[in-house]
Design a protein around this ligand. Structure first.
Ligand SMILES: Nc1ncnc2c1ncn2[C@@H]1O[C@H](COP(=O)(O)OP(=O)(O)OP(=O)(O)O)[C@@H](O)[C@H]1O
Length: 814
C-alpha cells in the first residue's frame, strides 16, 4: 500500500482542496496499524540476531502475523527518539494535513538506524554488536528481504566449509548463521582442514559463544521488547484516545459535513430558487422583451399604418385634388362643349334659317326663273312678234331710209328742220306702249286660258266619266302559289278588256265546259304593268283635285290581290300623287296660284273610325264626321291633320300610319286586310292674280279584303269583321248605284266609309275604282265576283252621260 492510499479518507466524501489545515483525515487506528503491519511484512525481515539465534531451532516468525505489540516494540529500541516525535506529531495539529499512515510510512521508508554489516561479527566482541543489533530491530532498520538470498544458507555454508566433496554429507538446517560461519571460516583462513577435530571443536565453541551472546542479546531484546510492549500499550492507549478524539472530530466533521450538506442543500435550494428566480426573471425579461417587441411591432405597424394612412390620405387628397381639377376641367370643357354646342346649335339654327331662307330664295329664284322662263317664252313670243314687227319695220325702215334719204335731201334742202324727227320718236313710243298693252293682254289671256283649261279639263274628265273603273292583275309571286287562272287581255291597243275563263261547268247534257267572261273597264292593267304606268292614268284625277274637285280613288279586291301594293307601297299611288301635286303646285305658282296641302290618315274598322296618325299612347279620341254642304267638304273631328309642306313629310306620315296600324294589328289579327284605310289630302289653292280660290280633296282608299263570308269560313271576331267589311262594301255599291240612278236619296250614312266619302262620291266629284285581281286559279271565284261588282260600278254614270259598251260572254274553246 502506498502513501497516497493511506492518505485516502475513510468515507467516500473527499474534502475540498481548500479544506482547513486542521482537519485530519478520517482514518481508523486499526487501519493505521494494519497498514504498518503490511508495510513491515513486505519490507522488514526478522531481527538478524534472532535469526541467527534460532536458525534451524526456532520457529520461523510469521511476518504477517505480527501483533501490534510486536510492531510497537520493534521501533522502540531503535526509535526511542522518534517515538516522542511521532506521538507529538499525532498530538499536535499537522499544519499540512499529513496523515498518520503517511507518518508511519515515512518512518518505514527512512529508518534512522544503520544495518550492522556482517563483517563486524568476524572481529568484534558480542558486546560491541548490541547497539547495532538494537538498531537493526527498530522499524525500518532491517534491510529488506532479498530474494537473492538463499533460504538455506547452511547449504552454502557446508559447501564453503568443506571446499571439497564430501562423501557423507549431513544436511544442516538452514540458519542465518550460515553466512557468519562462512565469513568466520573465511576469516580463519583458507588453509584449515575440515577434518581437523580441534579446529572444529574450536569452531563449535566459538559458535556456542556466539550463540550464548545471542541468547544474551535475545534476553536483552526480550526485555527491550517488553518495554516496547508497555510502550506500545501506552501508545495504543494514546492511539485509542487519538481514535476517540478522531471519532469526535469525525463526528464533528460529520456534523460539519452535514452542515455543509445542509449548506449545500440550502445553497442548492437557493441556487434552484435563484435559477427559478432567474428563470422567472428571464421569462419576465423575455415577456418584457416580447411585450416590448410586440409594442415595437405594434408601434411599427401603427407607424406603417399611419404612414400608409398618411400616404393614402395624401393620395386621396391628391386624387380629390386632381378629381376636382378634372371635374373643373371637365365642367369647363363641358361648358365649352355646351357653349360650342349652343354656338353650333345657334349656328346650325342660323344655318338652317339661312338654308331655309336660301331654300326659299331658291324657290323664289326657281319661281322667278320659271316666271322668267314664262316671261322669256312670252318675250320670245313678243320677240317673234317684235321680230315680225322688226321685219316689218325693217321694210318700213328701208322705206324710211329711202324717205330718210329723201328727207336728208330735204334737210339738206331745208337745213336742220327737226320737227319731223320728234314726230318719229313720238310714233315709236306709241308703238312701244301698244306692245306692252299686247303683252298684258297676252298674260290675262293666259290666266283666262288656265281657267278655261280647268273647265275644259273637267269637262273632259266628266266626259270620261265621273266614276271610272280600272282593273289591275297582279303577277304570280311564286311558282308554288298554285295554278294560274286563265286570264286574257284581248284588247292590246286600248287595254280596256279582260277575259276570265271561269270554272268548269256541267251542262244538263253532261258536257263540261268553261265560260270565258269578258270584262271591260276604263283601263285594264296586265301583270307586267308597273305602278308608274298605273299612276299615269290617275294623274289626271290628281290634277282634278288640284283644280278644286273632290276625288276618290279606291282599291277594291280580295285579300292578297295587290291593293296595298298599288296604293301605299314606296312607289304606290299615294307617294306618286303627292309628288305630282308638289310639282304641279310649283308650276302653278307662275300662274299666280299658291296652294296649301294637309294630310290625314284614318281607318274604318268594324264600322269605327280610327286616326292612324295618333299613336295609341297619345290617347284615343272618338272621331266624328262633319260635312260642310256649302263647300262640299268633309272634316273629321279630333283627327290629326299634318301640313304637308314637303314631299318627304308624306313618307313620314305613311310610316307613322303603318306603325300605328301594326300596333293595332297585335290585338286583331291581320288588321290591315280587315279594315279600310283612307288617306285624305286636302288641297286649297288661291290665285293672287284673279282672286280665284279652289278647295279639293283627294281620297286614296285601300279597301278591306272583299272575300265572301261563307268562303272565308270565319268565326267570332273574324266573322264580325267580315260582316262589317261586306256591309260597308255593299253600302258602297248601293251608294254608287243610287248615284247612278240619279236617286234623290243616296244612302251615304249606311256605312262609315260612304258617310266619310260622301262629297267624294257624288255630285261633281271624281271617283276611280281599281279592281285588283289575283292571277291564281284558286282565287277565280273571288276574282269573278270582284269583276262583276266593278262592272256594276263601271256602268254607273254620275253627273254626265257616258257611252257604254255591251260585252257578251262566250264559251271557252278549251
Ligand atoms: N303588281 C304587283 N307586282 C308585284 N307584286 C305585287 C303586285 N301586286 C301585289 N303584289 C304583291 O302581292 C302581295 C299581296 O299584295 P297586297 O298586300 O298589296 O295585297 P292586298 O290586296 O293589299 O292584301 P290585303 O287585303 O291582305 O291587305 C304583296 O306581297 C305584294 O307585294
Amino acid at each position: 500500500m502506498d502513501r497516497s492510499e493511506n492518505a485516502r479518507p475513510q468515507s467516500g466524501l473527499r474534502p475540498p482542496s481548500h479544506y482547513p489545515a486542521t482537519t485530519i483525515p478520517n482514518m481508523g487506528l486499526q487501519e493505521i496499524t494494519d497498514s504498518q503491519n503490511n508495510a513491515r511484512a513486505h519490507t522488514m525481515p526478522p531481527p538478524q540476531g534472532l535469526k541467527r539465534a534460532y536458525n534451524g531451532n526456532l520457529p520461523q516468525p510469521e511476518p504477517k502475523r505480527k501483533t501490534l505489540v510486536e510492531r510497537a516494540a520493534e521501533p522502540i529500541g531503535a526509535n526511542k527518539s522518534s517515538l516522542p516525535a511521532a506521538t507529538s506529531a499525532l498530538s499536535r495539529p499537522n499544519p499540512k494535513g499529513t496523515s498518520i499512515a503517511a507518518l508511519a510510512a515515512s518512518n518505514t521508508t527512512k529508518p534512522p538506524s544503520v544495518t550492522v554489516p556482517p563483517s563486524r561479527y568476524t572481529s568484534t566482541s558480542s558486546g560491541a554488536s548490541r547497539p547495532n543489533f538494537a538498531q537493526s530491530v527498530g522499524p525500518g532498520s532491517r534491510p529488506p528481504i532479498s530474494n537473492a538470498r538463499p533460504v538455506t544458507s547452511m547449504g552454502s555454508f557446508g559447501q564453503s566449509v568443506s571446499g571439497r566433496p564430501r562423501g557423507n554429507t549431513r544436511s544442516r538446517p538452514a540458519t542465518a548463521m550460515g553466512d557468519h560461519t562462512m565469513e568466520v571460516s573465511s576469516g580463519l583462513g583458507q588453509q584449515a582442514n575440515g577434518w581437523d577435530v580441534d579446529e572444529r571443536l574450536h569452531e563449535v565453541e566459538s559458535q556456542f559463544k556466539v550463540m550464548k551472546e545471542a541468547m544474551n542479546v535475545s534476553l536483552t531484546d526480550r526485555k527491550t521488547l517488553e518495554d516496547a510492549v508497555d510502550l506500545a500499550k501506552t501508545r495504543a492507549n494514546d492511539l485509542e484516545r487519538e481514535r476517540i478524539r478522531l471519532d469526535e472530530k469525525n463526528s464533528l466533521l460529520q456534523s460539519e459535513l452535514d452542515g455543509l450538506r445542509h449548506q449545500v442543500q440550502s445553497l442548492t435550494l437557493t441556487l434552484e430558487k435563484e435559477q427559478r428566480r432567474n428563470k422567472y426573471d428571464l421569462e419576465d425579461k423575455s415577456r418584457e422583451h416580447r411585450h416590448e417587441l410586440d409594442e415595437l411591432k405594434r408601434e411599427l405597424k401603427d407607424e406603417a399604418d399611419r404612414v400608409q394612412r398618411t400616404h393614402r390620405e395624401a393620395l386621396e387628397a391628391l386624387e380629390r385634388h386632381y378629381r376636382v381639377e378634372l371635374e373643373d376641367e371637365r365642367a369647363q370643357k363641358s361648358r365649352e362643349v355646351q357653349e360650342l354646342r349652343t354656338k353650333l346649335g345657334t349656328e346650325q339654327q342660323d344655318l338652317s334659317i339661312a338654308l331655309l331662307a336660301k331654300d326659299r330664295e331658291i324657290q323664289n329664284l326657281r319661281s322667278q326663273v320659271e316666271a322668267f322662263k314664262s316671261d322669256l317664252d312670252r318675250e320670245q313670243t313678243v320677240k317673234g312678234t317684235l321680230q315680225q314687227q322688226i321685219a316689218e319695220m325693217s321694210t318700213t325702215s328701208m322705206t324710211l331710209e329711202d324717205r330718210n334719204r329723201a328727207l336728208r335731201a330735204q334737210i339738206e334742202f331745208l337745213e336742220s328742220d327737226s320737227k319731223q324727227q320728234s314726230d318719229s320718236f313720238t310714233s315709236m313710243e306709241s308703238r312701244l306702249q301698244d306692245a306692252l298693252r299686247l303683252a298684258e293682254e297676252a298674260r290675262l289671256k293666259l290666266i283666262k286660258e288656265e281657267t278655261e283649261r280647268r273647265m275644259l279639263f273637267n269637262k273632259y274628265q266628266e266626259l270620261k266619266g265621273n266614276i271610272r273603273v280600272m282593273c289591275r292583275v297582279r303577277p304570280v309571286l311564286d311558282p308554288t302559289e298554285g295554278d294560274e287562272a286563265k286570264i286574257l287581255f284581248p284588247d292590246l291597243k286600248t287595254s280596256t278588256q279582260i277575259d276570265i275563263t271561269g270554272p268548269e261547268e256541267k251542262s244538263s247534257l253532261g258536257n263540261v265546259s268553261r265560260r270565258v267572261m269578258p270584262f271591260e273597264f276604263d283601263r285594264v292593267f296586265d301583270p307586267s304593268v308597273y305602278n308608274e304606268e298605273v299612276f299615269g292614268e290617275i294623274s289626271q284625277l290628281v290634277q282634278s283635285a288640284l283644280d278644286g274637285f273632290n276625288v276618290c280613288i279606291f282599291c277594291y279586291g280580295q285579300t292578297g290581290s295587290g291593293k296595298t301594293f298599288t296604293m301605299s307601297s314606296d312607289d304606290g299611288m299615294i307617294p306618286r300623287a303627292t309628288h305630282m301635286i308638289y310639282e304641279t303646285i310649283t308650276q302653278l305658282k307662275e300662274k299666280s296660284w299658291s296652294y296649301t296641302m294637309e294630310g290625314s290618315f284614318v281607318e274604318v274598322y268594324n264600322e269605327e273610325l280610327n286616326d292612324l296618325l295618333t299613336s295609341p299612347s297619345e290617347g284615343k279620341k272618338k272621331l266624328e264626321i262633319r260635312h260642310d254642304d256649302s263647300r262640299k267638304q268633309t272634316t273629321v273631328l279630333h283627327c290629326k291633320s299634318v301640313a304637308l309642306d314637303s314631299a318627304d313629310k308624306v313618307a313620314t306620315m305613311l310610316r307613322e300610319a303603318q306603325n300605328n296600324r301594326s300596333v293595332a294589328a297585335t290585338k286583331a289579327n291581320e288588321r290591315s286586310s280587315r279594315s279600310h284605310s283612307v288617306f285624305i289630302l286636302k288641297l286649297v289653292g288661291e290665285n293672287s292674280a284673279t282672286g280665284e280660290r279652289c278647295e279639293g280633296t283627294l281620297n286614296l282608299v285601300d279597301l278591306a279584303g272583299s272575300e265572301r263570308l261563307k268562303h272565308s269560313g270565319a268565326e267570332g271576331d273574324r266573322m264580325k269583321e267580315t260582316q262589317n267589311i261586306n256591309k260597308s262594301l255593299a253600302c258602297l255599291g248601293d251608294v254608287i248605284e243610287a248615284l247612278g240612278r240619279g236617286s234623290g236619296h243616296v244612302p251615304y250614312r249606311n256605312s262609315k266609309l260612304t258617310h266619310l266619302l260622301q262629297y267624294s262620291l257624288g255630285g261633281n266629284s271624281k271617283t276611280l275604282m281599281f279592281v285588283m285581281v289575283s292571277p291564281m286559279e284558286a282565287h277565280l271565284k273571288e276574282t269573278i265576283t270582284s269583276l262583276r261588282f266593278a262592272t256594276k260600278v263601271h256602268n254607273t254614270h254620275i253627273g254626265t252621260a257616258k257611252s257604254t259598251k255591251k260585252t257578251k260572254e262566250r264559251i271557252s274553246d278549251s
